[in-house]
Ligand binder design. Structure first.
Ligand SMILES: Nc1ncnc2c1ncn2[C@@H]1O[C@H](COP(=O)(O)OP(=O)(O)OP(=O)(O)O)[C@@H](O)[C@H]1O
Ligand SMILES: [Mg+2]
Length: 429
C-alpha cells in the first residue's frame, strides 16, 4: 500500500454505540476509511474475508475474552493484517496483553484516545514485523517479557505495547475435532473410542472434550458422571484457570482425562466461543492429543473449535442427505481457507454390500475419503448400553481395529519426513 492510499479499516465491537463513536472519530481522517463493522465473531470473520481490510480495530472492552478469540481467527487468515486492540481505561492486566499480542494484535490502545492516536497506531502497526507464519519458533528463543503500558506510554498519548512483549508460545499437542454435518451419525462414538485408542497407542497425555454444548453424550458413553463440567470453568473468573480445569476434568480408568460438556442444554450458551477457545488452548498446551466431540450446527463456537483444530475428522455415511450436507460443509471449509488436508473425510457405518461405495462418495463429494469404518450395530449398541467403549472391551471386533488403525495413522509422522505441520499463529488451517 502506498502512503497516499487509505487504510481500509474494519471495526469489531460488541457495542453499537462504541462503533458509532469510532466511526465519528475517524470521519475526518484522510488516511483511514472504515469499510465495515461487526458485532460478533462470525460476522467479523466473514467481513474480513470479504472486505480484506488493511486493519482491524477490536474493542476488547465490549467483547471481553471473545475479542482475543476473534483476533486469533482473523489474524490467522490474514497474517499481515494490522490489528489494533482497544482496552478499557485503566487496564493493566499483563496476562491479557500478552494473550492479545500472541493472538496477533500489533498495537494496544487504552481508552480514552483520540482519532489521531488511533490512526497513528494503525500506521505504526504497519511497520511492525508480521507474526511468523509457522508457530512461534522465533519467540521460543526469548524469555517472556512482561509488557508495560506505563513504559510504552508516549507523551500525552495513549499507551501502547510493542510486540517485544509477546510471550513464548507454550508447546502444544494436536487437536482432533470430530464433526459432521448431520446428527446421529457416530461422532460421539468415534470421539470416545478414538481418544481411548490414542491413549493406548501413544501412552501420551490424551484429553477428551465434549464439545456438544447442548446434548453431549461423552459422559454416558464412558459411564462417567459428575456435577462439574466445562461450564464451571467458563463461569469462574479467570477463564481456563489451569488448576480449576484440572479439578473439573474426570479421570477415566484408561488414563484419558475427560472434560464434560454442559450438564443441561440451557447451560450451553454459557460456554461462549471465547471461553471454549481458551479451554482448548489450555488443554493443547498440556496434553499431547485433545479429541473434541461436537454438535452439528455451525455456530460461532463450532467455528472457533474447527479453526483451532489441527484436523477435523468429518464423518459422513453413504446416505444422500449426509452426503449432501457434508458437501455443503466442505464448501464452508473452502470459504474459511482451510487447507484441503485439514479435513479428513471418514465414512462411518459402511456396509460393504451397500449400493454406494467409498469411491462413489469420493467422486460425489469431491474430497478424498481418509478412512472407512464399518457398520456394526451389535458392538456399538452394546458399548452404548454398558458404557464400556468397544476399543477397550471388544478389542477383537473389526470396528475396534478400524478405530485403532485410524489412531495409529493419525499419530504417524507425515511420510515426507518434515514432521507435523505447525500451527499458523494460534489457528492452524
Ligand atoms: N459404525 C457404526 N455402526 C453402527 N452403529 C453405529 C456406528 N457408529 C455409531 N453408531 C451408532 O449410531 C448411533 C449414533 O451414534 P453417536 O451418538 O455416536 O452419533 P452422534 O453423531 O454423536 O449423534 P448426535 O448427533 O446425537 O450427537 C448410536 O446408536 C451408535 O451406537
Ligand atoms: Mg453425539
Amino acid at each position: 500500500m502506498s502512503s497516499t492510499e487509505k487504510i481500509r479499516l474494519l471495526i469489531v465491537s460488541g457495542d453499537l454505540d462504541a462503533i458509532k463513536q469510532l466511526r465519528q472519530q475517524l470521519q475526518a481522517e484522510k488516511t483511514v476509511e472504515v469499510v465495515g463493522h461487526a458485532v460478533a465473531a462470525l460476522e467479523a470473520i466473514r467481513l474480513t474475508a470479504q472486505e480484506k481490510p488493511d486493519g482491524v480495530c477490536i474493542d476488547l472492552e465490549a467483547l471481553g475474552s471473545e475479542g482475543i478469540a476473534i483476533c486469533e481467527a482473523i489474524a490467522a487468515r490474514l497474517p499481515d493484517l494490522r490489528v489494533v486492540m482497544i482496552l478499557p481505561h485503566g487496564n493493566t492486566d499483563a496476562d491479557l496483553m500478552r494473550r492479545a499480542m500472541r493472538a496477533g494484535v500489533r498495537e494496544l490502545l487504552v481508552r480514552p484516545f483520540n482519532a489521531g492516536e488511533l490512526v497513528e497506531s494503525l500506521h505504526r502497526a504497519q511497520h511492525l514485523e508480521p507474526k511468523p507464519d509457522e508457530g512461534f519458533e522465533a519467540h521460543r528463543q526469548h524469555e517472556p517479557e512482561a509488557p508495560s503500558t506505563g513504559s510504552a506510554k508516549r507523551d500525552g498519548g495513549a499507551p501502547h505495547v510493542a510486540p517485544a512483549a509477546i510471550a513464548p508460545e507454550a508447546k502444544h499437542g494436536t487437536v482432533l475435532t470430530v464433526f459432521s454435518a448431520v446428527g446421529g451419525i457416530g461422532r460421539s462414538t468415534l470421539a470416545v473410542n478414538l481418544a481411548l485408542s490414542l491413549k493406548e497407542a501413544t501412552k501420551g497425555r490424551v484429553a477428551l472434550v465434549d464439545g456438544d454444548l447442548r446434548f453431549g453424550d461423552v459422559g454416558i458413553l464412558l459411564n462417567m458422571r459428575s456435577n462439574r463440567s466445562m461450564v464451571d470453568v467458563c463461569t469462574t473468573p479467570g477463564n481456563a484457570d489451569v488448576e480449576l480445569l484440572d479439578s473439573v476434568m474426570l479421570s477415566h480408568y484408561s488414563g484419558v482425562r475427560v472434560l464434560l460438556g454442559p450438564l443441561s442444554p440451557e447451560f450451553g450458551e454459557m460456554v461462549t466461543p471465547g471461553a471454549l477457545s481458551m479451554i482448548i488452548r489450555a488443554l493443547y498446551e498440556r496434553f499431547d492429543y485433545v479429541v473434541v466431540d461436537t454438535h452439528t450446527f455451525l455456530d460461532e463456537s463450532m467455528l472457533m473449535l474447527l479453526d483451532v483444530s489441527d484436523k477435523v475428522l468429518l464423518l459422513t455415511t453413504s446416505e444422500l442427505p449426509a452426503m449432501k450436507n457434508t458437501k455443503l460443509f466442505l464448501h464452508v471449509t473452502e470459504m474459511l481457507n482451510y487447507m484441503p488436508d485439514k479435513t479428513l473425510l471418514i465414512v462411518n457405518r459402511h456396509n460393504p454390500k451397500g449400493r454406494i461405495t467409498p469411491a462413489d462418495i469420493e467422486s460425489s463429494i469431491k474430497h478424498p475419503v481418509y478412512a472407512v469404518i464399518e457398520r456394526d450395530d451389535k458392538v456399538t449398541s452394546e458399548a452404548a448400553q454398558t458404557g464400556q467403549p468397544f476399543v477397550l472391551h471388544q478389542k477383537a471386533a473389526p470396528i475396534s481395529q478400524s478405530v485403532n488403525r485410524r489412531a495409529t495413522q493419525l499419530v504417524a509422522p507425515p511420510s515426507n519426513g518434515t514432521g507435523p505441520k505447525r500451527r499458523l499463529g494460534l489457528f492452524r488451517r
